[in-house]
Design a protein around this ligand. Structure first.
Ligand code: PLP
Length: 460
C-alpha cells in the first residue's frame, strides 16, 4: 500500500484490472441489490452513492454465508440425475460414486487447512463435530478438568463446551466440580476485545495444573482477530493440555498448518468462507498421532469402522486409522457435492494467492475507512468510525469489525437501502468481510464511501 493512499474511484478500478484473481468473481452468483431490497422491504436510498437495483449488491457477509458458485447447481443436478437413473447402484456407479464420496474431498480439504489426507474428514455439522471430538479428547480427571476458552466465543461453542463439562462431571459422579470447569478468558483491552498472545499464554500457565483442554476459535467471529495458533498450541501442549480449534471463521479465510502446528483436533463449517451452501457438511481434523489409537473413547457408527470390514456387519467396532473413524453415518451426498464444487475453486485459486489478495483488499478497505477525517482531527475528536480488528495483517483475515458510535441496529437497514449487505453486532459494530474470491477493490471503495457518509451524518 503506498504511503499516500489514492482514494479515487479510478484507482480502485485499476487495482481490479491488475488483480490476478479477478476472473473468479464471474464464477459466483452475486445477489442483485434490488432483489435484496425488495425481499427486506427496504426503500431504495436517494443517495447518489447507492447501488442501483440491477447491479450486484456489495456483499460483505461471506463470513456468515458464502455466495453460491455457479458450478454448484450442475454438481447437485448430476447427483439427482444419477439417483434418478441408477437408484442404489449410484453408490458405485454415479459419476462421483457415493460410497467413497467423502474420500474425494480429502485432497482439497487437506490442502486448505494444512493437514495430511488421513487427518481430515467431511462430516456432520460444526457443533456436532465439536461434541464428537470432545468426547474423545476432553478427558477430565479429578485434578485436571478445566477447559480454557475465550469469553467472546460464538454461543454454540459456549453451549457445547459447558454441556461437555456438565456431562463428564455427572458421568464421573462428581469427581470434579463442573461449576468452575470452564475458564473464560477475557481480553485485557475491553474496548476492542482483542487479545495479546501473551495474555493467552499467561492464562495457560496460570491454569497449567488444572486444565485438561483448550478450545478456542482460530479467528474470533466478533473482532476478526486471528490467534497465533502455532504458539498457543505449542505452549498449551507443552503443559500437557489438549488443544482444539474451531475454524469456522478461519477455513478458507487464512492459510492454516494444523499438522505442523501439532493441533490435536479441529472442526469447521463449510457455509461461511467455504461457499458450500446453508447448513452444508462440516469438516474435522484429528492429528496423526491420535489416529489408530483404539483406546480413545468415542461415539461410534458404521462409517467410522474400517471400510475393509464395514460390510462384515459384525457387532464390534474397529475404528479405521484415519479421521474418518469419528464419522458415524454415511454422509449427505447432495451436500458433499456442493462442498466438492466449491473446493475445486479453492484448488484453482490456491489459498496462498487468495491470502495475498485478501491482505491487500482488507488493508485497502481499512485505509479508506480510517484515513482523512480532518474535521475530527481539527476538533480533537475521534473519527466517527473505528476499526476494532487488529491492523497487523498477521492478526486478521479478511473481516473488519467496525465500530460506528451512535449508530445502532438501524445502520444495517440504512446500508441495505444503499445496496450493501453487512452484519451487525450489538451495540454498534458493523462486520464487513471483503472476500478475495468474489469481492472487488471497487466493492471496497464503494462500501467505504457509503459507510463514511452514514457515519459522518450520524454525528452531524
Ligand atoms: C458459525 C459458527 C458456528 C455455527 O455452528 P453450526 O453447528 O454450524 O450451526 C459455531 N461456532 C462458530 C465459532 C461459528 O463461527
Amino acid at each position: 500500500m503506498p504511503d499516500a493512499l489514492r482514494t479515487d474511484e479510478a484507482f480502485a478500478l485499476d487495482l481490479d484490472a491488475s488483480d490476478p484473481l479477478r476472473a473468479f468473481r464471474g464464477e459466483f452468483h452475486l445477489p442483485l441489490a434490488g432483489d435484496l431490497r425488495r425481499t427486506a422491504a427496504t426503500a431504495h436510498s436517494a443517495s447518489p452513492l447507492a447501488i442501483a437495483d440491477d447491479e450486484p449488491a456489495i456483499y460483505l457477509t461471506g463470513n456468515s454465508l458464502g455466495l453460491q458458485p455457479r458450478s454448484t447447481r450442475e454438481a447437485l443436478m448430476q447427483e439427482l440425475d444419477d439417483w434418478a437413473r441408477l437408484g442404489v447402484e449410484g453408490h458405485f456407479h454415479a459419476q462421483h460414486p457415493w460410497y467413497p464420496a467423502h474420500e474425494e474431498l480429502r485432497g482439497p480439504i487437506s490442502r486448505l487447512i494444512g493437514a495430511k489426507e488421513a487427518e481430515v474428514v467431511a462430516m456432520n455439522s460444526l457443533t456436532v463435530n465439536l461434541h464428537l471430538l470432545m468426547v474423545s479428547f476432553y478427558r477430565p480427571r479429578a485434578d485436571r478438568y478445566r477447559i480454557l476458552m475465550e469469553d467472546s466465543a460464538f454461543p454454540s461453542d459456549s453451549y457445547a463446551i459447558r454441556s461437555q463439562a456438565d456431562f463428564h462431571a455427572r458421568a464421573s459422579n462428581g469427581a470434579f466440580n463442573q461449576r468452575d470447569a470452564v475458564v473464560r478468558l477475557v481480553a485485557r483491552d475491553e474496548r476492542t476485545g482483542v487479545f495479546a498472545t501473551d495474555e493467552i499464554l499467561g492464562a495457560i500457565d496460570r491454569h497449567a495444573d488444572s486444565a485438561a483442554m483448550l478450545l478456542m476459535g482460530g479467528v474470533n467471529y466478533r473482532t476478526g482477530q486471528v490467534f497465533d495458533m502455532a504458539r498457543i498450541t505449542e505452549h498449551a501442549r507443552s503443559r500437557g493440555i489438549i488443544v482444539g480449534w474451531d475454524l469456522a471463521h478461519a477455513a478458507g479465510n487464512i492459510p492454516l498448518a494444523l499438522h505442523e502446528w501439532g493441533v490435536d483436533f479441529a472442526a469447521w463449517c463449510s457455509y461461511k468462507y467455504l461457499n458450500s451452501g446453508p447448513g452444508s457438511v462440516a469438516g474435522a481434523f484429528v492429528h496423526e498421532r491420535h489416529l489408530g489409537n483404539t483406546a480413545l473413547p468415542r461415539f461410534a457408527g458404521w462409517w467410522g469402522n474400517d471400510p475393509s470390514t464395514r460390510f462384515v456387519m459384525g457387532p464390534d467396532f474397529v475404528p479405521v486409522a484415519r479421521a474418518d473413524a469419528w464419522s458415524t453415518s454415511n454422509p449427505p451426498i447432495l451436500s458433499l457435492a456442493a462442498v466438492r464444487a466449491s473446493l475445486a475453486l479453492f484448488d484453482r485459486a490456491t489459498i496462498a494467492a487468495l491470502r495475498d489478495k485478501s491482505v491487500r483488499l482488507t488493508g485497502y478497505l481499512e485505509q479508506l475507512l480510517v484515513s482523512g477525517w480532518p474535521r475530527s482531527a481539527e476538533r480533537g475528536e475521534p473519527a466517527p468510525l473505528e476499526v476494532l480488528t487488529p491492523s497487523d495483517p498477521k492478526a486478521r483475515g479478511c473481516q473488519l469489525s467496525i465500530r460506528v458510535p451512535g449508530r445502532g441496529r438501524e445502520m444495517l437497514s440504512k446500508l441495505l437501502s444503499m445496496g450493501v449487505v453487512c452484519d451487525f453486532r450489538e451495540p454498534d459494530v458493523v462486520r464487513a468481510a471483503p472476500v478475495p474470491l468474489y469481492n472487488s477493490y471497487h466493492d471496497a471503495w464503494r462500501f467505504a464511501a457509503i459507510l463514511r457518509d452514514l457515519a459522518a451524518s450520524a454525528r452531524d
